[in-house]
Design a protein around this ligand. Structure first.
Ligand code: BTN
Length: 252
């Protein structure tokens, strides 16, 4: 790893239930250095957002969890971790794939889509001790060499896009250096440039899209991210609303 601290303490596991759960246990039981990275060839019970499963074929994809101690971050700015994690994945995809050839986007809050198909997902979990964030785990799954997906997943992989296999460890190295770059920007309180950067790549920005919101289908325009980290939307009557991830379903 050509980084200062991200991924320098590397824990490789051939098989584990979930790298996120493993990393959370490390946080609870030992005092792992910040930047510790747990990565596995195969997760038997990979976790996705909102209680879903993350299924990745053995030894084909990147499944890794990064331990961070963002104590410098005010509670109200915690959501910036979502933004920088998405940016780190975005930059990694843009370095590996030719971004003039592929349409790489961040779907709020932090899925990475290529040509409208999902290539990467992120699950961030906080370890709270005595009402304080004791550390956090950023779990990242990137589809690297998986050659087919159930159609319902609407997913793709690097190997499908390049028509060639790609070394998983090299994706991990690229990801670590991009992550470090954005994490250090966050530590230096570059909030505006992080937001600006994120918005530049946000899927559907300033366009009207159909959403299912609290059970109803509505046409809404994506305006960006609110100062609480929620998705900012304009309604057809021009009123502005902000929603969290649980309230909306996308059509794309
Ligand atoms: C999602 O888009 O639903 C989030 C997927 C997150 C998957 C990664 S794979 C490595 C880490 N360990 C887990 O159990 N989940 C995350």
């Amino acid at each position: 790893m050509e980084t200062l601290f991200i991924g320098r303490n590397l824990i490789f596991l051939p098989e584990v239930q979930s790298t996120n759960s493993y990393a959370m246990n490390l946080l609870k039981n030992v005092n792992p250095p910040e930047g510790t990275l747990v990565y596995a060839n195969y997760q038997t019970q990979g976790k996705g957002q909102r209680g879903s499963a993350w299924n990745a074929e053995p030894a084909s994809n990147l499944t890794a969890s990064l331990i961070l101690k963002p104590f410098f971050l005010n509670l109200r700015n915690q959501f910036y971790l979502y933004l920088i994690s998405a940016m780190a994945c975005y930059d990694t995809m843009a370095e590996i794939l030719d971004s003039s050839q592929f349409d790489i986007k961040i779907k709020w809050p932090n899925d990475i889509l290529i040509n409208k198909k999902k290539i990467a997902g992120i699950l961030i979990e906080n370890n709270i001790l005595n009402n304080q964030v004791n550390g956090c785990v950023v779990g990242i799954g990137i589809n690297v060499n998986q050659s087919s997906f159930d159609a319902s997943f609407n997913a793709t992989s690097i190997s499908i896009l390049l028509a060639n296999n790609f070394p998983v460890f090299s994706v991990l190295e690229t990801l670590c250096s991009n992550f470090e770059k954005h994490y250090l920007a966050l530590k230096n309180e570059k909030f505006n440039s992080i937001q600006g950067n994120y918005l530049q790549h946000l899927f559907g920005l300033n366009t009207w899209r159909q959403f299912e919101i609290n059970g109803a289908i509505k046409s809404l325009m994506i305006l960006g991210v609110s100062d609480r980290g929620l998705l900012l939307l304009r309604e057809e009557n021009d009123s502005i609303m902000e929603v969290d991830v649980k309230q909306i379903r996308w059509f794309y």
